[in-house]
Design a protein around this ligand. Structure first.
Ligand code: AMP
Length: 280
């Protein structure tokens, strides 16, 4: 596995693969890897001849009072995990390498990125789209894999690619959970034992809403109420519970196959997200 630190050397490497007739898949991550990330890597392997994983805690997607400085990092462990997966290259630039000091351009989206997490994290998706577009350009990838864990991010990226004619195929990968149902997240390390136990109410609530739908409930309002009730006082604060169309992120009245039921809530000082795409 090659370790690449500059955009230029990543572009050069990718060009050499393309010249040899090989396609390239990119898996963007912020590191501190877990099984969720590794499942994306395995899917990327099936989608292209070469796999690049980026490990970059992107400063522009964190608000001023968010956890950029304390976001968990362990480059050595990450690289070992990726090498064991047969990844071709890991791209781990510094913020200075990624962004020029006087950069003034950002990608802005005016609808999907404003609801749900966007309502609570106003600059987040602009930072995400900007870094993702830059990673696409540096890696010259043909395919990029994103997790359904970050369902809104996936929708926003799909919209960016559609609206800006970005020549990259976007692949979504299923959400990976712990054995007890907690959605895997690098941020789970922040949780105390008690907070972690309370956080299981997210997946429990979503499971209940899904089972209810499987039994015939078509009311989105009822699904939202079911999730809210299961969380109850277990969360310290609920940012939102919604049932939305995954393409537009607009609330739906009637649940359908593919409807996204999503939640964001706080446990102590940790904000967690979770979701179900309704499927049989
Ligand atoms: P992050 O490092 O948190 O920015 O995540 C990098 C990529 O991994 C994103 O596309 C996430 O959606 C995806 N990801 C993170 N956690 C999970 C999970 N539990 N299941 C599936 N994908 C995940």
């Amino acid at each position: 596995m090659k370790t690449v630190r500059t955009k230029k050397s990543l572009s050069r490497l990718s060009r050499s693969w393309h010249e040899a007739g090989q396609s390239v898949a990119l898996v963007p991550t912020m590191g501190y890897l877990h099984e969720g990330h590794l499942s994306l890597v395995r899917l990327a392997r099936k989608k292209a001849d070469r796999v690049v994983v980026s490990v970059f805690v992107n400063p522009t997607q964190f608000g001023p009072n968010e956890d950029f400085a304390k976001y968990p990092r362990d480059e050595k462990r990450d690289f070992a995990l990726l090498a064991a997966e047969g990844v071709d290259a890991v791209f781990a630039p510094t913020p200075q390498e990624m962004y020029g000091a006087d950069a003034t351009v950002r990608v802005v989206e005016s609808s999907l990125s404003k609801t749900m997490c966007g309502a609570f994290r106003p600059i987040h998706f602009s930072g995400v789209m900007t870094v993702v577009l830059k990673l696409f350009n540096a890696s010259r990838c043909d395919v990029a894999v994103f997790g359904e864990k970050d369902a809104q991010q996936l929708s926003v990226i799909r919209r960016m690619v559609r609206d800006l004619d970005v020549p990259v195929k976007i692949v979504g990968a299923p959400l990976v959970r712990e054995a007890d149902g907690l959605a895997r997240s690098s941020r789970n390390v922040y949780l105390s034992e008690g907070e972690r136990a309370r956080a299981l109410s997210l997946s429990a609530g979503l499971d209940k809403a899904r089972e209810d739908w499987l039994r015939g409930n078509e009311s989105a309002a009822r699904a939202v109420a079911t999730v809210r009730k299961a969380i109850g006082k277990k969360a310290d604060k609920i940012d939102y519970v919604v049932a939305v169309d995954p393409d537009t992120l607009e609330p739906v009245a009637k649940l359908e196959r593919g409807t996204l039921v999503a939640v964001a809530a706080w446990f102590g000082s940790t904000r967690l997200i979770d979701n179900h795409f309704l499927r049989r």
